[in-house]
Design a binder for this molecule. Structure first.
Ligand code: BGC
Length: 542
């Protein structure tokens, strides 16, 4: 990594780790200087014998570097100017004259050019009338607070207006999922019209200047697949591969960025341990079995996609849960924290990275899965604290909670713990691959917490980018309120509010904040002051 650093008023050149990547966009590093200046960070030294970034700068990046440097200098001068004006203001107040309007200089955390800014959605949660899937049957049999019904009516065509909203709000990417049960309603039947509809959606994204990221499996299965045992048996692997081949073949004209499976850990734990997702089982041993089959399915899909589209970038979306022991000095808290963390956060990724799924309930060798990822997709929502609790054998004797005093969402589902985002990205970095934040958000109908949650999490993403960790995009969950699984319509994650009865959308203030972030490709002090002044000092400490 290389960089220009601004320390106080002094501009220096430095290099944080000495690591230089070909094509590295050095423009962003200058911004490090801005923050370095604002927070008084020390100036990093370039290690000896490391290549200097100057050697790899393209003419454009040199230009960019220079322009950012001049912004940095302006900032330094502006700071000075601000002080002078402050004293002028005081003087004029003293003499009873009308005070001068002061334009405060703006500080901004820039992101690299080409950074993906989007929102994420999932087929069953937005499409509506998804009658051939396990989730529809689950709702019909009374397992959910509400039914999905029309959802956001994307299958009826309302994706167009929602994509318009996203594009106007400056988003340059969107993550959506396709529904297996629509594309293959029966083992021997493919629905070409469903594929055509997905093609239209992806074309619609391109027409609006947005890059699609397509998820091939997001919690739902066709009924006929679950009748054959779903992910409990390895028989699903060739079935999933066949579906992936058909779908990728049909959509490849519009998409090169694929996510095979969303959150295998959440799918397995909710369906096989807590039993609140279909098939509603409570047998923790099956959690590992299901995740192992998902790893096999992912590996088969990875190879199939690359065969069809060699330039594809394929990964999966992992729900990463940082965890802390409630009492770090208490060995049992540490023990249960480690067990839960291993099962929840490390298991599946270990299979994809090394070919062995490691879990406290046993290890499974899946050699074919080793190395089947081109990027790391992380979904980060909150961080847990774990305490030893004898009454919870089903949860490996650990009670997970948010510490008292946490900034918790309305229904207590998420807590605003932004540093967990940084921890998540630090974890993702170990794989040495590009990283995408494939989901991050909070349920908050009143939009009370969301503006600060958004600003603080984007700030943490920027901190990671600032260290040259290869974070390439951020997808907020979600664009518009959608059907929140077993909790129905009780949890509202949208930047836009949805009236389920009338299908009317109403913009929440967070949508404007996110639009400003996307348009600016950065988070500025003005935005924070405008939308969430209560965290200004945390993000821009003086
Ligand atoms: C899932 C989404 C869900 C969101 C909010 C994620 O774990 O991928 O489908 O709506 O969390 O709970």
């Amino acid at each position: 990594m290389s960089g220009l650093w601004l320390s106080g008023r002094e501009v220096r050149e430095g290099c944080l780790s000495g690591e230089v990547r070909p094509g590295y966009d050095c423009g962003r590093v200058c911004v490090t200087g801005l923050r370095g200046c604002a927070r008084g960070f020390r100036v990093a030294k370039r290690k000896k014998k490391q290549p200097c970034y100057r050697k790899i700068l393209s003419p454009q990046s040199t230009q960019r570097r220079n322009s950012t440097l001049s912004t940095a200098l302006q900032f330094a001068q502006g700071d000075q100017w601000k002080t002078e004006n402050k004293s002028e203001k005081r003087a004029s107040q003293g003499s009873g004259k009308v005070t001068e309007v002061i334009n405060m200089p703006e500080a901004i955390f820039h992101f690299p050019r080409g950074f993906l800014w989007g929102t994420a959605t999932a087929a069953h949660q937005v499409e509506g009338n998804n009658t051939n899937s396990t989730w529809y049957a689950w709702e019909e049999s009374g397992h959910t607070v509400h039914k999905s019904g029309l959802a956001c009516d994307w299958w009826g065509g309302r994706w167009k207006e929602d994509f318009d909203r996203a594009a106007e709000a400056g988003q340059n990417a969107h993550r959506l999922s396709v529904e297996w049960s629509r594309i293959q309603p029966a083992p021997e039947r493919w629905d070409e019209s469903a594929l055509e509809r997905y093609r239209a959606m992806l074309r619609g994204l391109h027409e609006r200047g947005m890059t699609p990221l397509v998820t091939l499996h997001h919690f739902t299965d066709p009924l006929w697949v679950s009748e054959r045992g779903g992910w409990e048996t390895a028989e699903i692997v060739p079935l999933f591969e066949q579906f992936v081949r058909k779908t990728v073949q049909a959509l490849k004209e519009y998409c090169t960025l694929w996510c095979t499976i969303n959150e295998p850990n959440v799918y397995a734990v909710m369906g096989y341990a807590s039993g609140v997702f279909p098939p509603g089982k409570k047998n923790p041993k099956q959690v590992i079995l299901v995740m192992a089959n998902m790893a096999r399915g992912h590996a088969a899909a990875y190879r199939a996609i690359h065969e069809i589209q060699p330039e594809a970038r394929v990964g999966y979306a992992w729900h990463y849960r940082p965890m802390l022991p409630a009492r770090p000095w208490f060995p049992l808290d540490r023990l249960v924290r480690n067990l839960q963390y291993q099962a929840m956060s490390e298991s599946f990724p270990s299979a994809i990275a090394s070919g062995v799924l490691r879990s406290p309930l046993g290890n499974v060798r899946i050699p074919e899965a080793k190395g089947t990822q081109d990027y790391i997709g992380v979904n980060y929502y909150s961080q847990d604290t774990v305490a030893f609790d004898l009454r919870r054998p089903g949860e490996l004797f650990g009670r997970r909670y948010y510490p008292p005093g946490s900034d918790v969402s309305e229904a207590g589902m998420n807590a605003n713990i932004p540093q967990g985002m940084f921890v998540t990205l630090r974890w993702a970095r170990r794989f040495g691959l590009p990283i995408l934040v494939t989901e991050n958000g909070i349920e908050d109908a009143a939009d009370r917490i969301r503006p600060r949650y958004l600003a603080q999490h984007v700030h943490q993403v920027w901190r990671a980018v600032n260290f040259n960790w290869p974070v390439k995009g951020y997808f907020h969950w979600s664009l518009v309120d959608n059907f929140e699984w077993e909790r129905g319509w009780t949890q509202r994650f949208g930047l836009w509010e949805l009236d389920v009865e009338t299908q009317a959308r109403r913009k929440r203030p967070s949508a404007d904040l996110y639009a400003e972030i996307c348009h600016a490709n950065g988070l500025s002090s003005e935005m924070v002051r405008k939308y969430c002044p209560e965290v200004f000092d945390q993000i821009f400490p003086s």
